[in-house]
Design a protein around this ligand. Structure first.
Ligand SMILES: C[S@@+](CC[C@H](N)C(=O)[O-])C[C@H]1O[C@@H](n2cnc3c(N)ncnc32)[C@H](O)[C@@H]1O
Length: 252
């Protein structure tokens, strides 16, 4: 496997950064929102994304969890703004990145999504839709949710040397953390778990080559050894940065 590393793109922390509901539905291969009708959904981590509000608008019961939901709305808005600006600066300063990945309205899209989230945040907390919690140990009982969704944490925030985006010395998310987190997401799920992105960041960012993240591959092998069914779905994306990835579906 060819290594394609740049010294520039490496985050020091897990960004409080959220995508739009449309983008996340595409990522999770949710083609028709009606497929979730009557189901309880967990979104872990939620971040400042538009997913929870979108599900609420479509009468889908969804709980989003994130350790940073301990913040009040002012602090969450500030942190979200800082993290979008940091990411944008990093992307633009990385001269090895493919030009197409320097998506022009990245900042506008990301700031707008956060505004939608912040407008819903306090009400959502009061309604129990935004809950403080964190992997690899969640506070929910076994099988609390029909469907569990997890985006832009596992694999993406793995160390840079294994295809993630965090500077190696700054990430506590090692392989064991990933394995424990996948089993924890499965513990609280009744029907299925969907995890994305499961591809390497570097190969796509610099070469537009889609490659399964090596830890996703190891975890899939561990699940198969336990006779747990999985499906790997290639999802195209029409949003800021990276226009295709893999979504891992674990069927329980
Ligand atoms: C990049 S955001 C992803 C948000 C959303 N899922 C999306 O795709 O737009 C990553 C989030 O993970 C949260 N996070 C960090 N450590 C976590 C942990 N141990 N368990 C759960 N969430 C965590 C961060 O606070 C941050 O909001």
């Amino acid at each position: 496997m060819k290594e394609v590393q740049s010294d520039q793109f490496a985050l020091q922390n897990i960004a409080f950064f959220g995508r739009s509901a449309e983008y996340l539905c595409e990522l999770f291969d949710i083609k028709d929102i009606k497929s979730l009708e009557g189901k309880k959904v967990l979104d872990c981590p939620g971040g400042p994304s538009g997913l929870n509000k979108y599900f609420k608008d479509h009468q889908i019961h969804c709980v989003s969890v994130d350790p940073l939901y301990k913040l009040d709305s002012e602090a969450a808005a500030k942190l979200g703004e800082r993290d979008v600006d940091n990411c944008l600066q990093l992307i633009n300063s990385d001269n090895k990145a493919k030009l197409e990945t320097k998506f022009t309205n990245f900042a506008d899209v990301s700031h707008n999504v956060r505004k939608i989230f912040i407008a819903d945040y306090e009400l959502g907390k009061a309604e129990g839709r935004y809950v403080v919690d964190q992997l690899p140990q969640l506070s929910f009982k076994d099988q609390s949710f029909d469907v569990v969704l997890s985006s832009h944490l596992l694999f993406l925030y793995a160390p840079k040397s294994v295809g993630g985006i965090t500077a190696d010395e700054h990430t506590p998310l090692n392989y064991q953390w990933h394995l424990d987190s996948v089993f924890e997401l499965m513990r609280v799920a009744k029907q299925e778990v969907r995890i994305a992105r499961c591809s390497r960041f570097d190969t796509y960012f610099y070469e537009h080559r889609l490659e399964l993240h090596p830890w996703a591959k190891r975890i899939i092998d561990e699940l198969h050894a336990k006779k747990i069914k999985t499906e790997l779905i290639e999802t195209p994306l029409h949003g800021p940065i990276i226009s295709a990835t893999y979504m891992l579906r674990i069927v329980l």
